[in-house]
Design a binder for this molecule. Sequence first.
Ligand code: EPZ
Length: 438
Amino acid sequence: MSNTFVINGFGGQRKLHGVVKVTGAKNAALKAIAAAVLFRDTVTFTNIPEINDTLRMFDLLKDMGAEVSKTKHGTYAVSLHPDFATELSPGIARRMRASIVLTGPVLARYGKVSFPHPGGCVIGARPLDLFVDGFEKMGARVYIKDGSYIVEAKGGLNGAKFFLKNQSVTVTETFMMAGVLARGITTIKNAAMEPEIAHLAGFLNECGANISGAGTPTITIKGGKLLTGKGRVYKTMPDRIEAGSFLILGALAARELHITNCEPAHLESPIEALRSAGIPIEVKKTEIIVRAPSKIMPIDIKTHEYPGFPTDLQAPMTVLLTQADGESTVFETIFEGRLNYAESLSSMGASITMMDPHRALVRGKTELRGRKLESPDLRAGLAFVIAAIVAKGESVIHNVDTTIDRGYEDIENRLRAIGVGIERVKVLPEVSSMEQTT
Ligand code: EPZ
């Protein structure tokens, strides 16, 4: 049974209004849940977004031997059984790139970990060379057996010095967590600086870790003993990508939209870009108010590691640029497959020319018309929802359960509450022609 969205477009009218509350950040929660392996006792998490990926991360831990109890919406307690296993279930890990961050804590604590090549969004090659190199630098042996990576460090991990050739967020987080239990000092240079990393480090330090420099290009971790969650609660920070997605939607179709429970300081680059496109944006302490202007100016977008323009907002921003009066360019610098949605937007009436796998030219303003679309990944899937809301007529978006539901909690009800005509339809899998004849 797959899920499909049916959306009735506004035909370019500005009809959105009301309040949308931002949930906890997927890419913060997933790593905090994995960090539970560093604790000798129970850890409590709150404001966890109820999305497929967080439920899957909990499933991974349960499959390896953890007690996960949900006390209320978004609140979970996790404790590890004494016989906690060291193999990540291939069936679960293959469906989510973030599963890879579990390898650091598991290897650091138990001296062994095995995992499949993690899956997730098809937005590029998603290599693992920095993980393998890092494990070896910390004294582990890495080999492949029956399609899985086996990593062994019988005497435990030694602190090491890293210089990351690419500022990978999950590589930074994996080795920051591994360093918490390694012998001696671990230094990560050219570390990613996404705010989720500093937020995780802050919580781990409250629980006994010794991490400095998180959020800067150099992170230093002094290895020590298992952490304790006693008397502490992890609160997931607001999801800046979800907030940015609603901001772009509001810039296209809102009379007035209030985006609450967010952290505007984490959205400086998208806010700056939208203001330069002529979007009136009012910023308050934990709220952003946006109104769609009658005219959007063309701009040039170049994605960049934080604090630059986030690659996870690139697809939604391209939808906005199809409605700008003039020529804009989009330069995706991080993932080589992340403009994979452009053809589908063009089928709706957008004018997008691919200059190379990383660059697109967007000519606006073009009228978008409702279409049948296949969501290719989580972020492009949400971009299709935005395009469908702007478009004239009805759109159908397939693969919602394997893409959009991975990262946006209860999205259709939250969109309906601000004026969007959207329905979720459960679709039986296409029966093959053979089955039809028998
Ligand atoms: C994190 O991915 C996010 N995922 C991504 O969000 C986000 O787009 C990205 O940060 C940038 O902000 C999670 O946090 C789970 P990578 P990240 O695969 O940085 C290179 C979403 O939609 N690299 O590590 O961990 C790689 O080629 C997702 O929520 C190596 O070279 O992604 C790329 O250039 C999509 N060798 C860069 O690092 C390696 O071993 C980042 O890629 C690993 C990565």
